[in-house]
Design a protein around this ligand. Structure first.
Ligand SMILES: C[S@@+](CC[C@H](N)C(=O)[O-])C[C@H]1O[C@@H](n2cnc3c(N)ncnc32)[C@H](O)[C@@H]1O
Ligand SMILES: O=C(O)C(=O)C[C@]1(C(=O)O)C=C[C@@H](O)C=C1
Length: 253
């Protein structure tokens, strides 16, 4: 089974809790993660598939690819499935032991030519090597704000000229009317996917201190400040957005 296919049903927030603790990527979440993420992120399957398709265009022979905050490795396995370049190595990194352990099992069960190295590490402390593609698929939103610019700068510095960063995030919007409409539509999406009002509100409370959102403008500013000259939103649904950021072909390494 691929990590983006359905697994155990997510019922983490189904029962009333006396106290809602901060959300954590622990064993309880990791066990139901394929179901949780596919019912919680609009267009998740499309995003994962497109990451694989982008890899066929951007991953260079004999280069590295990083999947930062890989969870169960869905993006890595999509790249492995699509990419035909020779001598490629994927580095799938996450700081949750529960995720990394399960990710390794998925990787072991998945055949293909491209090796995937699974690593338990904090991406803020990760020492990166030159690479042709980096994926940050709904990861930066969980990293402390003050570490975000340095991470994007490190990625830019290690990308080869012409290299690609795919960054997907849940975002907030400056206009309060638009922001609350998009949040409302998102909650309707979750209800349509079988989540109750209780599950939606308890998970929202759990995420409050853990997931800090930026506006699209803040993300674009951060990418531009790091040096990316080509930044393009390629996916958007409600308050979820994905961008491609390409390092100029002429850029110095
Ligand atoms: C929403 S999930 C990412 C989903 C995954 N990229 C996918 O495409 O299926 C966020 C992941 O980021 C990881 N994470 C959060 N902060 C991290 C950090 N500082 N270093 C490494 N991983 C981190 C979490 O453990 C979690 O597995
Ligand atoms: O479920 C929510 O409310 C979300 O905001 C979705 C979201 C995310 O954006 O990363 C939050 C945590 C889970 O990892 C899966 C999805």
């Amino acid at each position: 089974m691929k990590p983006n296919q359905s697994s155990q049903r997510d019922s983490v927030y189904a029962q009333p809790l006396n106290k809602v603790s901060d959300f954590a990527f622990d064993t309880k979440v990791a066990d139901v993660f394929p179901d949780m993420i596919s019912r919680s992120i609009p267009g998740y399957a499309t995003i994962i598939d497109t990451i694989g398709r982008l890899a066929t265009r951007y991953v260079k022979p004999n280069s590295r690819v990083y999947d930062l905050g890989c969870s169960l490795g869905a993006a890595s396995l999509s790249i492995k499935q699509h990419c035909r370049a020779e001598g490629v190595e994927i580095y799938a990194v996450d700081n949750s032991e529960a995720m990394v352990e399960r990710c390794q099992n998925y990787v072991n069960a998945y055949r293909g030519d491209i090796p995937v190295q699974v690593q338990c590490a904090d991406i803020a402390e990760l020492s990166m090597q030159p690479c042709s593609m980096v994926v940050l698929n709904f990861t930066l939103q969980f990293v402390p704000q003050e570490q975000r610019q340095a991470i994007i700068q490190k990625i830019y510095d290690q990308l080869m000229p012409g290299g690609l960063l795919v960054i997907s995030e849940k975002v907030k919007h400056q206009d309060p009317v638009a922001d609350s409409l998009l949040i409302d539509l998102y909650h309707e999406f979750k209800r349509n996917n079988g989540y109750s009002d209780l599950e939606i509100s308890q998970k929202r409370a759990a995420l409050e201190n853990v997931m800090r959102l930026n506006t699209p403008e803040e993300h674009i500013q951060r990418l531009t400040q790091a040096g990316f000259t080509s930044v393009q939103e390629w996916f958007r649904c409600f308050n979820f957005t994905s961008w491609i950021a390409i390092k100029n072909d002429e850029a110095k390494t």
